[in-house]
Write a protein that binds this ligand. Structure first.
Ligand SMILES: Nc1ncnc2c1ncn2[C@@H]1O[C@H](COP(=O)(O)OP(=O)(O)OP(=O)(O)O)[C@@H](O)[C@H]1O
Ligand SMILES: [Mg+2]
Length: 269
């Protein structure tokens, strides 16, 4: 069931602990060897919502985001404690298939990182790994991905062109199309607009708003206005801890914690 986060009895108000979260973290800790990345993170994310993670540099935003699809597993000597579940499944359980997890939980990075392949082959990459080989099926999945990322009209006559020939903003939308092509449930975005100009940024923000009809999005951003514009819920991290997590309008208009207030009013960070 899809939830309308802004349409409950109290307008613009939703309890952070929802009944059927798609992401659920309970006392989650992440360590890089002896270095603590995040500690004691307890938060739930509703399906079909946008959650922003904000906080000063080095506070663990990327660490937590990358924990949600175990991207951090590539780093040696990492260790976790507590629980992090996606769709009710403990993703740090030894039996979890990482390929499946990353198809369910896609990721878009700060710098657009298309493969040095054609536009078509970038979007078809994941579906091919999933075993889709028929040309007509691939055509369809590529078209759907590019339409979902609002890039189709700009590239439909040049699908064989190299992805590297696209502009930065187009490359980022291509990376979003590539992530969507495996039909994930969750899309993680780590500062997806920080390398883009204001126009390309506004296209990605519009896209995020559209995508939340079908996907759950968690976005890390240093841009307060962006967090306020696109997200339903905002989590404020500081020194590896979750300081405050609430409805975005509450965080920005009437935060409960002094540290949150100091950060959003620019007094530190
Ligand atoms: N690969 C790594 N190995 C060791 N320590 C790391 C690694 N990546 C991050 N850390 C440490 O974990 C902590 C959290 O870093 P993280 O990158 O998650 O912060 P961040 O909030 O995303 O910062 P920024 O806003 O600068 O991107 C920091 O102390 C950082 O130095
Ligand atoms: Mg980061």
């Amino acid at each position: 069931m899809k939830m309308n986060l802004r349409n409950e009895t109290a307008p613009n108000r939703q309890t952070p602990q929802c009944a059927c979260p798609i992401i659920s973290s309970k006392d989650f800790h992440f360590y890089y060897g002896a270095t603590m990345g995040v500690k004691n993170i307890t938060m739930n994310v509703n399906p079909c919502s946008v959650t922003a993670i904000i906080g000063p540099s080095g506070c663990g935003k990327s660490t937590f985001l990358r924990s949600i699809n175990r991207m951090n597993d590539l780093i040696p000597n990492i260790r976790t404690e507590g629980k992090l579940c996606v769709d009710g499944q403990d993703i740090y359980d030894k039996r979890v298939n990482l390929v499946n997890l990353r198809q369910q939980v896609g990721m878009v990075f700060q710098k657009p990182n298309p493969f040095p392949k054609s536009i078509f082959d970038n979007v078809a990459y994941g579906p091919r790994l999933q075993g889709i080989t028929k040309r007509a099926d691939l055509d369809e999945v590529v078209e759907q991905g590019l339409k979902a990322s609002v890039l189709w009209e700009e590239v439909k006559d040049n699908l064989r062109k190299s992805a590297l020939a696209l502009s930065g903003g187009q490359q980022q939308r291509l990376c979003i199309a590539r992530a969507l092509a495996t039909r994930p449930r969750v899309l993680l975005m780590d500062e997806p607009c920080s390398a883009l100009d204001p126009l390309a940024t506004s296209k990605i923000e519009d896209l995020i708003t559209q995508l939340k009809n079908d996907y759950t999005i968690v976005i890390v951003t240093h841009n307060m206005q962006q967090a306020a514009r696109v997200s339903d819920m905002t989590a404020f991290f500081c020194l590896g801890e979750l300081i405050e997590y609430d409805v975005t309008s509450k965080i920005f208009e009437n935060p409960s914690n002094k540290k949150t207030e100091d950060y959003i009013t620019g007094r530190f960070g």
